[in-house]
Design a protein around this ligand. Structure first.
Ligand code: SF4
Ligand code: SF4
Length: 232
């Protein structure tokens, strides 16, 4: 395993998800008024040990996450893979874009690996459907963001093959969960197109990203009269 140059990786994986600030779309739905992915009550960023070394040497933005109680800390730490540490930043008003963690940059997405072991695209952490506006609006994801996401994770997997295995396992879990719920998995493919995957057999169907469902408050917003006027 060779060492990753996080300064360089961060520099090459820097494109925003959309052509506008998606945080402005979700923050009004969070009672703290900040983006859900920047609020550790909803999502706690995990970084690799080497990434933490890089961050500690270059910024005071981050500190180890302590949780709201020892029980919460213990529970999340038990779920955190070896070689990673849970962090908290100073808050969204103090964000330093160049020192956002890899987790911040990838959220809400993760690499999707098929049952026959191909990293063909990305899908999202479904437990954030209630919160993340992007998940309800996948059509806004730019080609530039997708290209940078794939390049970053191709590089990461080359250096850390065990990470590829973790995402393979996680993709398997998603197939199991979505299969049980009789749901198709949305996939942003490397070819730039959107697909729905049938979890049981891996069959892929091309879809229009705008036809995919919205969730939580974004579902309600979409159903309002004149909703189209407010959509990007
Ligand atoms: S990625 Fe999702 S949760 Fe994070 S700021 Fe954008 S819409 Fe909000
Ligand atoms: S570093 Fe920036 S993007 Fe990441 S959690 Fe903090 S405020 Fe959000």
């Amino acid at each position: 395993m060779t060492k990753i140059d996080f300064a360089s990786l961060y520099h090459r994986f820097d494109a925003p998800i959309a052509h506008f600030d998606c945080g402005a779309r979700c923050a009004p739905h969070n009672e703290r008024g900040v983006p859900f992915c920047c609020d550790t009550r909803h999502a706690v960023p995990a970084v690799y040990d080497a990434e933490w070394e890089y961050l500690q040497a270059n910024t005071d933005l981050w500190h180890p996450w302590l949780g709201r109680s020892p029980a919460e800390r213990r529970r999340l730490q038990e779920e955190t893979p070896d070689g990673m540490i849970l962090l908290e930043c100073k808050g969204s008003q103090f964000c330093q874009r160049q020192f956002r963690s890899l987790t911040c940059r990838a959220f809400p997405f993760f690499p999707y690996i098929t049952r026959d072991d191909w990293f063909i695209g990305l899908t999202y952490y479904w437990e954030y459907e209630y919160a993340c506006w992007v998940i309800s609006n996948l059509h806004v994801v730019t080609d530039e963001y997708l290209a940078q996401f794939f390049a970053a994770f191709d590089e990461l997997f080359e250096h850390m093959p065990q990470e590829r295995e973790s995402y393979r396992q996680y993709s398997m879990t998603m197939r199991r969960v979505f299969g049980r719920r009789k749901r198709a998995i949305p996939l942003l493919h490397r070819n730039g197109k959107m697909y729905k995957i049938t979890p049981r057999n891996g069959r892929m169907r091309r879809v229009d990203a705008r036809s995919l469902p919205a969730f939580g408050p974004y579902k309600i917003a979409r159903e309002l009269p004149f909703a189209d006027e407010n959509q990007p």
